[in-house]
Design a protein around this ligand. Structure first.
Ligand SMILES: O=C(O)[C@@H](CO)OP(=O)(O)O
Length: 247
């Protein structure tokens, strides 16, 4: 029996539109992002893929995207689970910084190491800094374990326990799973599903608001490597735009 998993990166956020590093800062969708999210739901209906359960991060751009997509698909009533483990990568001291200015200040090599290397995190965010999440009640249970920065390797390590404990049981139960999350938390999951190397994952970018459908075999390996975007043309153009941010 194949399992059905749909990955959905949130629609464009206000900070995507402004070209700012976002990470754990809880910014809303832009109007364009809201439209993308609803279109994502229509694409699900057109493909005949109707989710039974939705998993989201704790950030409103993913939560709102899931809601708008499910509303458009008339599936707004399904079970929902949320976890910080699906949050965007914590971008450390870069949170709130302009990508173009950061590229100009630190140069191409450092900029790309911070954005796309597997194991080089940005500098840590300071306690109490404007864009830190210190004191945010949704992370109270994390205590001193709340990240102050993360590289993709850190995201893989904190995302996989949630995948195994919460998402895999839903897939094994035959449920169609929608997972609404973020560019880098989804890159971490795709790396795991497709067995992408630490080097090759640098070249993978995930577009906003376009459902990525995976059919998984009994070992939860993709039947079609890389899955299938429900609007492949739009996905290719939008992924190239993500890769070029800051330029
Ligand atoms: O700013 C961020 O949090 C992420 C996603 O928008 O950006 P990037 O694609 O540069 O990792």
């Amino acid at each position: 029996m194949t399992a059905t998993l749909v990955l959905l990166r949130h629609g464009e956020s206000e900070w995507n539109a402004l070209n700012l590093f976002t990470g754990w800062v809880d910014v809303p969708l832009s109007e364009k992002g809201r439209t993308e999210a609803a279109r994502g739901g229509e694409l699900l209906v057109e493909a005949g893929v109707l989710p039974d359960v939705v998993h989201t991060s704790l950030l409103r751009r993913a939560i709102t995207t899931a809601h708008l997509a499910l509303d458009a698909a008339d599936r707004h009533w399904i079970d929902v689970r949320r976890s910080w483990r699906l949050n965007e990568r914590h971008y450390g001291a870069l949170q709130g910084k302009d990508k173009k200015q950061t590229l100009a200040e630190f140069g191409e090599e450092q900029f790309m190491l911070w954005r796309r290397s597997y194991d080089t995190p940005p500098p840590e965010i300071e306690q109490g800094a404007e864009f830190s999440q210190d004191g945010d009640p949704r992370y109270a249970a994390l205590g001193g374990d709340m990240p102050r920065t993360e590289c993709l390797k850190d995201v893989v390590a904190r995302m996989l326990p949630y995948w195994e404990e919460a998402v895999v049981p839903d897939l094994r139960a035959g449920k169609v799973v929608l997972l609404a999350a973020h560019g880098n938390s989804l890159r971490a999951l795709v790396k795991h599903l497709d067995g992408i190397s630490d080097e090759a994952i640098a070249g993978l970018n995930i577009p906003t608001g376009i459902p990525l459908l995976y059919r998984l075999d009994d070992e939860l390996r993709p039947v079609q490597p890389g899955g299938e975007y429900l609007d492949p043309q739009a996905a290719a153009a939008a992924a190239a735009a993500v890769a070029n941010q800051g330029r």
